[in-house]
Write a protein that binds this ligand. Structure first.
Ligand SMILES: Cc1cc2nc3c(=O)[nH]c(=O)nc-3n(C[C@H](O)[C@H](O)[C@H](O)COP(=O)(O)O)c2cc1C
Ligand SMILES: C=C(O[C@@H]1CC(C(=O)O)=C[C@@H](OP(=O)(O)O)[C@H]1O)C(=O)O
Length: 368
């Protein structure tokens, strides 16, 4: 099923952006986890729309009801299901799009795939709204990973051509992750962040949009997580990261840039840890993964987020009823830039993937 992901611990997401609710089911969790709801709420609020100038003006609360899988605030180990009600859908903005697909959105491909029966309002099941259940599930995953000191952080690496500082590839600090998670606009350098916000605002005023890149890191993942060939950790992470709408590229370590290095520059030399039987690398061009398996160094990856498709600038499309080309001006409340709200989603998706893969390798008892 395309809306289910995971092997040992599975997430299913359901719902449409303008239907009564969206939600999810997480199956395979270990029993007995004392769930921290404050942490879930904080994660959900980092993604919620309608709070900032760079966000869609649709105002959702993204509060949730847990329907099963919890008893006395602890996981039971049976399917944990949750519902997030939609409160602020304005479907009339989408009437024209029934016949005239938006360039860059999934209107045309969704209609082709589902023979016109898809709920097209608000992008339906294709909407970025479906990332709210990913954040919920990711927050549970992060709480389990934290039991083993595994932390995940991310920030806006760039918007357009304006770049933030990068994470230290050897020692990305977990303290920095916490600081970033508290920021409304998660950048390491607030001066760069101000320039990025100005760029987003100028695109918005031009009835246009901008994209960018998110950099993420996971620390304290032990060596030996992942598998070779088809189950490479890069493949698994990419598969869930590409589930996030608008993500068009994923890279690990130096990514495409590694192709410009010599072997002597790209190889990460090994070093012994003092008073310890493990080894480390003194650089991290490979992003902590070799042969599809973690080497114990920070996992580093970046995702490319495209500029929002729905823009109020005049674009060319085709009226599918008449077969005639037509001009389209998309109405409604859209993110002029998706990147800031996608940061917690990227963290959540990576957390869920790591939870699933680590559980496959080490077994459910690892978390008990
Ligand atoms: C958090 C988030 C918010 C989004 N907001 C919008 C939006 O306001 N307008 C829009 O056209 N696309 C938005 N998108 C992206 C579309 O959902 C996405 O481009 C579309 O479903 C097509 O999928 P694709 O770009 O992955 O091919 C958003 C995505 C995310 C993750
Ligand atoms: C609702 C959310 O984001 C929505 C994602 C989205 C899209 O096309 O992906 C389009 C907009 O939907 P609407 O036109 O209904 O306002 C965004 O507001 C959310 O993230 O919770």
């Amino acid at each position: 099923m395309s809306s289910s992901w995971g092997r040992q611990i599975k997430l299913t997401v359901f719902g449409e952006s303008h239907g009564p609710a969206i939600g999810g089911v997480v199956d395979g969790l270990p029993p007995g986890l004392a769930v921290d709801f404050d942490q879930i709420n904080q994660e959900m609020q980092r993604r919620v729309p309608g709070r900032h100038q760079w966000s869609s003006r649709r105002h959702e609360t993204d509060t949730y009801e847990v329907l099963s899988g919890l008893f006395h605030d602890k996981t039971t180990g049976t399917p944990l299901s949750f519902l997030i009600r939609n409160h602020d859908a304005k479907s009339k903005d989408y009437t024209e799009l029934l016949n005239v697909p938006r360039p860059g959105h999934a209107d045309y491909t969704g209609a082709a795939r589902y023979h016109g029966y898809q709920d097209y309002r608000g992008g339906g099941h294709f909407s970025g709204r479906l990332t709210a259940p990913i954040v919920f599930a990711g927050s549970i995953a992060r709480q389990l990973l934290a039991l083993k000191d595994i932390q995940i952080g991310a920030h806006i690496r760039s918007i357009g051509s304006i770049s933030d500082q990068l994470f230290d590839p050897i020692h990305p600090a977990a303290d920095l992750f916490h600081d970033l998670a508290k920021k409304q606009f998660p950048v390491i350098s607030d001066a760069c962040g101000n320039r990025m916000q100005q760029l987003i605002e100028s695109a918005r005023k031009d009835c246009d949009s901008v994209g960018g890149i998110i950099e993420a890191a996971a620390v304290s993942v032990p060596a030996g997580v992942g598998s070779p060939i088809f189950d490479a950790l890069e493949s698994i992470l990419s598969s869930i990261l590409f589930a996030i709408p608008a993500i068009k590229g994923v890279s690990f370590g130096d990514g495409f840039g590694i192709s410009r290095l010599r072997g002597s520059e790209a190889n990460d030399p090994y070093d012994k840890i003092a008073d310890h039987d493990g080894i480390v690398t003194t650089s991290n061009h490979n992003g902590g993964i070799l042969g599809g398996i973690t080497n114990g160094m920070p996992i580093l990856f970046q995702v490319a987020v495209k500029p929002t498709a729905s823009i109020a600038k005049k674009q060319r499309s085709v009226n599918l009823m008449t077969g005639k080309t037509t001009d389209l001006i998309v109405k409604g409340r859209h993110d002029p830039c998706i990147v800031p709200r996608a940061v917690p989603v990227v963290e959540a998706a990576a957390a869920f993937a790591l939870l699933d893969v680590i559980t496959q390798i080490k077994g459910l008892e690892y978390w008990l």
